[in-house]
Design a protein around this ligand. Sequence first.
Ligand code: LAN
Length: 729
Amino acid sequence: TNGAVKDSARGKGGVAESKTDRTRWRLEDERGCQIWRYLESDEECEKWPQSVADKYFLGMDTSLPDLEPAKTPLHAAANGLSFFSQLQLPPGNWACDYGGPMFLLPGLVITWYVTETPIPSYYATEIKNYLFARAHSEDGGWGLHIEGESTVFGTAMNYTVLRLLGVDAEDARMRKARATLWRLGGALRGPHWAKFWLSVLGVLEWDVVNPVPPELWLLPEWVPIAPWRWWCHMRQVFTPMSYVYSRRWSYPLTDLTRQLRSELLTQPFESITFSKHRNDIAPTDNYHPKTWILRFIFWLVVTIWQPFLRTAAIKKKAEDKAWWLIEAEDENSDFANLGPVNGPMNTLAAYIRCGPDSRPFREHLKTLPEFLWMNNEGMLMNGTNGVQCWDTSLLIKACKAAGFCEDPQWTPMLTRALEFLEDQQIEAECRDQHTTYRQKRKGAWGFSTKKQGYAVSDCTSEGLKAVLTLQSLPKTYPILVSDARLQDAIDVILTMQNKSGGCASYEPTRGSELLEHLNAAEVFGRIMIEYDYPECTTSVITALHAFQKHAPTYRAAEIAAFKARAVEYIHRAQRPDGSWYGSWGICFTYAGFFALEALACAGETYENSESVRRACQFFLDHQMEDGGWGETYRSCETGVWCQHPKSQVVQTAWVVIALLEAEFPDPEPLKKALRLIMRRQQRNGEWLQEAIEGVFNKSCMISYPNYKFIFPIMALGMFAKRFGDEPLL
Ligand code: LAN
């Protein structure tokens, strides 16, 4: 039945290979579309040698030279950039291991399995290596993200992946993982998304899945819960999920899936009444318990709507609408799709709807590998198809702060970065923009690539600022992005403000916060709608500010009004203790460094603003003995500062930047912090990976490994500009 998978996942003798040859991996980057290639012939390897970046990502020796040890902050920043510049990819962007979430690979591997897609053995081998490397040593399980404690979601799903890739159930590591899964109650106690994927696989029955009715797409637009109002990630996951759910499509039982039934469940499959377990969930997985109202709606849908009221005609109409939206999403992103959850789901929907030889399904298969990443441990799935525009823009920002844009040493690197951003600005609106409920995007930058094609408020803002920074030095950099295109970016940004004055991520908020009562995913918080974010709002404020200087007359009144209201929002979002809660980085150190930049932009500093003083005090109160700052990801989950036992280079840099933006008068705490950053720098200029940096939806962490370069460079550079480049060590 699944011979293709099994055979290709195993080595020649039928024994699972333990490792691929690290020297054969290459990261291909074509205009930002990144795919890890495994070169099987020696000739190919000779023709396409491994780059320093390849080696670094793979955890191999880069042989980069030791640099002259830095005594001053600027020298340390330059050493850092000297290392980081080696990681720039040919089109001009930076990339990284954008892992962290542990629930992404299962969607992909299950999709491959049920569509009988051959999995190249080098993928299979390295996915297994990664998952085993990431299993918790104490209990053998996996959590929602790499730092999180074992959950049913993480353990049941990653266990399943390993089995699908050919690992034996009696492997000692599998037995250990299974024991943990059983202790947590088995797959029946998994969250909604686990039950969905396991039903697709044919291991559970569809009755165990809380309803995902595509009929919601037939609701009139004025209805307060209509899906077009949801956060784009939720509606783009909901759409293919509802399509597959409505079709109740399952892979026919195989020997392997029959075995999985007994491995993942704590009681005999035949004895289970699946409909009784729809709301079963282990406490470890229940970050956001379902509300009684949601459970009541589910009950209505299952006991009244589906059996008695939902006619075949309604079902068909709803499925057609969902499919139409899936097709539009595919075309608008050239099959890249919004993210790593809807990517595999749209693939599966295309397979079900159009068949294995159809163009949509084939195109998906070609694009999915853009989500995969190789690191020293093996192969993982990134949170997006990359960090291209975002990290590249931020690096330019760091160079500006350190005064490196004028330094001829860095102009070739920065010119290529500018060329990349020019190439990646989104050129055209979506097909059926309004009927597919898409935000205006012409002129925007996304987080990853133009192909993915989703405008993000802060990515557009950072992209715009980065371009303005370099193009304002016309003797040094070419003018690649015309004024008309800069104005397009502003036109997008000006659509992003909420009534509150704040900005959200991809779109202004379209629905009420009450919609969170319908959050069915259990494992995440704040997913249903867009919210105001101090981080995004700050990027927008500073971009508008920079643009005002560049073109004082374009939409001047609107820009001024927008900015003023956005700054008011930043004030309102500050907590009494002086902090801001961060939604995309961990946590108070992240949001605080943004917010103080926004206030600085509005002319508010330590000297003239009570709010800035309060923020500075908050940071000073949390400075550690060694001069650094450190908070754990629990800050994001709980909403209160959770002290990390070890100070973190990235968070320390964020606070230094924050205090410098605030024009905090006393250099002493900053010097102490910078000494720590400098002492942690390696002889070749690099900084080593510490704790995870990013977060989404309050509960899931995500890695931003380039932050350990970008933000120390920015902090060191800003300090030197303000207080002079005196030796600190
Ligand atoms: C991202 C990554 C970047 C991030 C910033 C630009 C940093 C932020 O300021 C705005 C929001 C944004 C674009 C963002 C949104 C949510 C993403 C796409 C992610 C955190 C990366 C992965 C995550 C996505 C939702 C993961 C899939 C999980 C689901 C629950 C669908």
